[in-house]
Design a protein around this ligand. Structure first.
Ligand code: TYM
Length: 300
C-alpha cells in the first residue's frame, strides 16, 4: 500500500484552517493508504514558547486528531519527539542542504521578520530539513497539507533527489543497498477547497495559530456562542446564518468526542505509545540505510 504522513504543530489552538487544509482530508485517506499522523512538537520550539504548555498542547492536539476521526485501527498516531530518528536523520540531511535553499523559504522570511532578530534561532532556518526528515523517514508517497506548506514539500522533494543522487545509485548498491533510491520522492496532496482558509479579520492573510487575535480565527474547540460572534464579523451577507449553523453542527460532535478522549489519559497514552513503536520500526530501518549509504561505520 502507498503511504501517507502528515502532522500539525502543537502551538496555540487548532483552527478551521488546520482542519479544512489538513486534518479533515486525513480521515478519507485512512482507508486507502497506510497512514501515520504525528504531532510535531520539535517544530513547536522554533519560536519562543512556554515550557509549561508544550506537553499539554501536544496531548490536546493528539486528542483533536482522534476527535476529528483519525482511527487508530487504521492509522498510527504518535509524537514526533518520541521517535528519535527524526532528529538524527535531520542532521544527516542538513549536511547536504544548501543554505540558499533554506534562505529562500517564505515562512522563514515571514516568521523571522515578525519575531525580530534576537528571537530567531538557527532552528527556524533549518526547520524545513526537520520536516523533510519527518516525511522521508517513512518513505511516504503523499503528504496531505495546506497551501502554505507547498514550498517545504518542494524542498523535501529536491532534498530526496539530491541524497539519492549523492549517495544512492550504483555506489549504494556496492555497499549492499537494495535498488538505487535511498528515499522515495513524495508528492504533496493539497485539497481543491480549503487549502488556504483566510483570517476572519484580515482577508489578505491566512488563518493562523500565531496571529495575536483569537477573533481572527475559528478554533475547533471554540464554544458555540463564540463561533456565532466570530462569524458575525464576516462580510458574507446572507450566507452567514447558514454557514454559522452548519459550522456549529459540524463542530459539536468533534467537541463532544474531544472531551471524552482528553479526560481518558490512559487511553491517550496507550494510543501514542503504540503509534511510536510502529513508527520507530519504519523510521529506524530508513535511518540505518542512510547511515550505510553515507559510509558510516555501523555498530555491531
Ligand atoms: P502547521 O501546524 O502550521 O499547520 C498544520 C496543517 O494545517 C494547514 N494550514 C492551513 N490550511 C488551510 N488554511 C490555513 N489558513 C491553514 N493554516 C495551516 C497547514 O498547511 C498544515 O497542513 N510544518 C508543518 C507541520 C509539519 C508537517 C511535517 C506536515 C511538520 N512536519 C511533515 C506534513 C508532513 C506546519 O507547521 O503545519
Amino acid at each position: 500500500r502507498k503511504r501517507i504522513v502528515s502532522g500539525v504543530q502543537p502551538t496555540g489552538a487548532i483552527h478551521l484552517g488546520n482542519y479544512l487544509g489538513a486534518i479533515k482530508n486525513w480521515i478519507n485517506l485512512q482507508d486507502l493508504y497506510d497512514t501515520l499522523f504525528f504531532i510535531v512538537d520539535l517544530h513547536a520550539i522554533t519560536l519562543p514558547y512556554d515550557t509549561q504548555e508544550l506537553s499539554k498542547a501536544t496531548r490536546n492536539t493528539a486528542a483533536i486528531y482522534l476527535a476529528c476521526g483519525v482511527d487508530t485501527s487504521k492509522a498510527s498516531v504518535f509524537v514526533q519527539s518520541h521517535v528519535r530518528a527524526h532528529v538524527e536523520l535531520m542532521w544527516l540531511l542538513s549536511s547536504a542542504t544548501p543554505i540558499g535553499w533554506l534562505n529562500r523559504m517564505i515562512q522563514f522570511k515571514e516568521k523571522s521578520r515578525k519575531a525580530g532578530d534576537e528571537n530567531v534561532g538557527v532552528a527556524l532556518l533549518t526547520y524545513p530539513v526537520l520536516m523533510a526528515s519527518d516525511i522521508l523517514l517513512y518513505q511516504s508517497d503523499f503528504v496531505p497539507v495546506g497551501e502554505d506548506q507547498k514550498q517545504h514539500l518542494e524542498l523535501t522533494r529536491e532534498l530526496a533527489e539530491r541524497i539519492n543522487y549523492l549517495y544512492g545509485g550504483r555506489k549504494w548498491k556496492k555497499l549492499g543497498g537494495r535498488g538505487g533510491a535511498i528515499f522515495k520522492v513524495p508528492e504533496p496532496l493539497i485539497p481543491p477547497a480549503g487549502a488556504r482558509v483566510m483570517s476572519l479579520s484580515d482577508g489578505l492573510s491566512k488563518m493562523s495559530k500565531s496571529a495575536p487575535s483569537d477573533q481572527s480565527r475559528i478554533n475547533l474547540l471554540d464554544p458555540k456562542d463564540e463561533v456565532v460572534r466570530e462569524c458575525q464579523d464576516m462580510n458574507w451577507g446572507t450566507f452567514k446564518t447558514l454557514l454559522t449553523d452548519s459550522l456549529v453542527d459540524h463542530l459539536h460532535p468533534i467537541q463532544a468526542r474531544y472531551e471524552e478522549i482528553i479526560s481518558d489519559s490512559a487511553y491517550l497514552d496507550g494510543v501514542l505509545e503504540e503509534g511510536a513503536v510502529k513508527a520507530a520500526a519504519i523510521a529506524d530501518a530508513t535511518l540505518n540505510n542512510v547511515y550505510q549509504a553515507m559510509g558510516f561505520l555501523r555498530r555491531r
